[in-house]
Design a protein around this ligand. Sequence first.
Ligand SMILES: [Fe+2]
Ligand SMILES: [Fe+2]
Length: 311
Amino acid sequence: MRHPVSTAQEALELVSSVESTIEDLMVEHTERRDHWYFQDFIPWEQGRNYVDEPWDPSHATLRPEVCDALVVNLLTEDNLPYYYSLFQPFFGQDHPLTKWSRLWTAEEGQHAIAMRAYLLTSRNCDPRALEDQRMSTVETGWFGNFGDIAQMFCYTSAQELATRISHRNAGVKSDDETAHALMSKVARDENHHFIFYRGVAQAMFDQNPNLMVLSLREVLNNFAMPGTGIPGFQRRALKMAKLGIYNLRIHAENIVDPLVKFWKIGDLTDLSPEAAAAQEEIMAMVPDMLERAEKFERRVERSAKRATASV
Ligand SMILES: [Fe+2]
Ligand SMILES: [Fe+2]
């Protein structure tokens, strides 16, 4: 469990103090979002009956590691009920954050529907295994174990951005026009969610930088995607890392660095001694991650050379 860096009440009051920003950002979001329909992206003409023609691995047209990445990303979307429950216990039905949770849920819902329709229609995954894994993932559940609600906004900012990058890269690496177009569309939605959470967190930084810097350090030190309950997640995450869909370098360069820069963490002044120590720790994170990423890349390169030499 992440450590609380505030009393729960203090964090709740901080969220309440930015209520009007939440309302404004939600209006901006609804104006910005593009209302798309998943059925326009599915190659329905490729669909065949699974009873008459059971799935066989030879039906897949994408590389196995790309199929695996798409399945992991889909199963992460399937865990939607747990994301919906994140902000639910805190405010009444008419609170802007509760309204946002409902809208967010409705939009995220289409992602799983769309990706499942694509994978099943194009026969790029075993439908029985996919359903078994969905059951197992949702039964395992996901509980962010956040210390307080302020940490949730630091987390959702990073997580939505990470999801955007992972979806987009999975589409790019697919070398398939349909998968690319669909995943780009989904990634655009994730970007809009990211802009919302990042904006709320910015308003919270403006109100209480001490608390937010401590929250951010806690979240970044313990960051894990919400897919950790997916069967074989570590093995599949490693494949995604090697393929360049999501790895430590991407995490450092495309998630942590832009967030630290956007929230101007390095420029915050008049912090408490604890918050100043957290600020310093956060500022050292990207160089440290990049150093570890280089080591990983060298290891991957060495094992690729060994594999080529042994052929
Ligand atoms: Fe999503
Ligand atoms: Fe999202």
